[in-house]
Design a protein around this ligand. Structure first.
Ligand code: PEP
Ligand code: MN
Length: 360
């Protein structure tokens, strides 16, 4: 993928932070125009609005559909902003492009479905190249934390000849109650950036957080992690929104937030940062050596258990070991959940190696 074109025209890409904003759903011509005008005054250059809304349960507001495309065209004419909407099948894609939408995004439920992604890709591939080159396509992560599925959806769109490509991180569905509506699992977007460094990655704090209070801190976190931009749900009257009302903010709040957000500048590595990184490199080498040593001892234990016909997993011992390590970790200012996760992974690998020895 070394022929990727800039996602948006010059003048927009350089804008820091790069922001796409607008309501979850286009609800009325008035709502679309009021929100777009206020956002334009706040300096936002890309207007988002959902026309077709994928809803978990039937009976809710499922978007205005085709007639709303005209309102987006009017917003574009009134403000000069680029317009963006979600497409989930060939018809949406065709209608959006024919009505002059500049930016399409595939929602989290669509990118989880390779048939739907391929259907959209096939339609895009059938367009004349010039048309295709003028359209930007963003792919949200699938609802489930499956990096390969996300990368695969991007590859399908790329293989269709689309070169203005981007990705949106919107968190992952999970069961039960959490602080976040869709926990961000930052390791996945970080790994995405490592695997596809040429694809701009935009953070969607609205769908990650699910509430207004979390938009600013999540946006700051995304900037600190070097995301390329933000997509933020913004409504001229959030309390009256027909979808996702808890997470929409007003254009004024967005403008204030964008003024206060700190964008890290990529300066040259200073000498002291260089020294600190050398320390990290050494510590990581030590960690790897220690892990290797620990696994060698675990294998010796495995051989002992085999000789004495003992079972590999001894739950009493594991719980005791875990609790003592977590207590020590907490005394050393480590997070208890972090210690549990690391030890859990190490223990799982020890068990795997011991089981292999015992089954030989
Ligand atoms: C949206 O952006 O309004 C939307 C439906 O998002 P997601 O696909 O991330 O749920
Ligand atoms: Mn939404």
């Amino acid at each position: 993928m070394n022929d990727i074109l800039p996602l948006f025209p010059a003048g927009i890409m350089e804008h820091k932070p790069l922001v796409m904003a607008g309501p979850c759903s286009a609800e009325s011509e008035q709502q679309v125009l009021d929100t777009a005008r206020a956002l334009s005054r706040a300096g936002v250059r890309i207007f988002r609005a959902g026309v077709w809304k994928p809803r978990t349960k039937p009976g809710g507001f499922e978007g205005i559909g085709t007639p709303a495309l005209e309102w987006l065209a009017k917003a574009k004419e009134a403000t000069g902003m680029l317009t963006a909407t979600e497409v989930a099948n060939e018809r949406h894609t065709r209608e959006a492009i024919e009505s002059g939408i500049d930016v399409l995004w595939l929602g989290a439920r669509t990118s989880a479905n390779p048939f739907a992604v391929q259907e959209i890709a096939d339609y895009l591939a059938s367009l004349p190249q010039q048309k295709r080159d003028s359209i930007a396509v963003l792919v949200k992560n699938p609802v489930n934390p499956d990096l390969e599925l996300w990368l695969g959806a991007i590859e399908r769109i790329y293989n269709a000849g689309v070169r203005r490509l981007g990705a949106i991180h919107r968190g992952f569905s999970s069961y039960g109650k959490h602080i976040y509506r869709n926990p961000p699992k930052w390791r996945i977007p970080i790994e995405f950036k490592r695997r596809m460094p040429q694809i701009p990655l935009i953070c969607d704090p609205s769908h990650i957080g699910g509430c207004r209070e979390l938009i600013a801190p999540l946006s700051q976190q995304a900037m600190d992690m070097n995301f390329d931009g933000l997509i933020i749900e913004t409504h001229c009257n959030p309390d009256a929104a027909l979808s996702d009302k808890a997470q929409q903010i007003t254009p004024d709040v967005l403008a204030y937030m964008l003024e206060t957000i700190v964008i890290p500048t990529q300066t040259n590595t200073t000498e002291s940062l260089g020294l600190l990184r050398q320390q990290i490199d050494r510590i990581d080498d030590e960690l790897i050596e220690l892990l290797a040593k620990r696994m060698r001892v675990a294998r010796d234990i495995g051989r002992f258990k085999k000789e004495h016909r003992m079972s590999v997993v001894q739950p009493g011992r594991y719980n005791d070991l875990m609790q003592r390590r977590v207590d020590t970790g907490v005394k050393l200012e480590l997070d208890a959940e972090f210690v549990k996760a690391i030890l859990g992974t190490i223990h799982e690998e020890s068990v795997r190696q011991q089981v292999e020895i015992c089954s030989k």
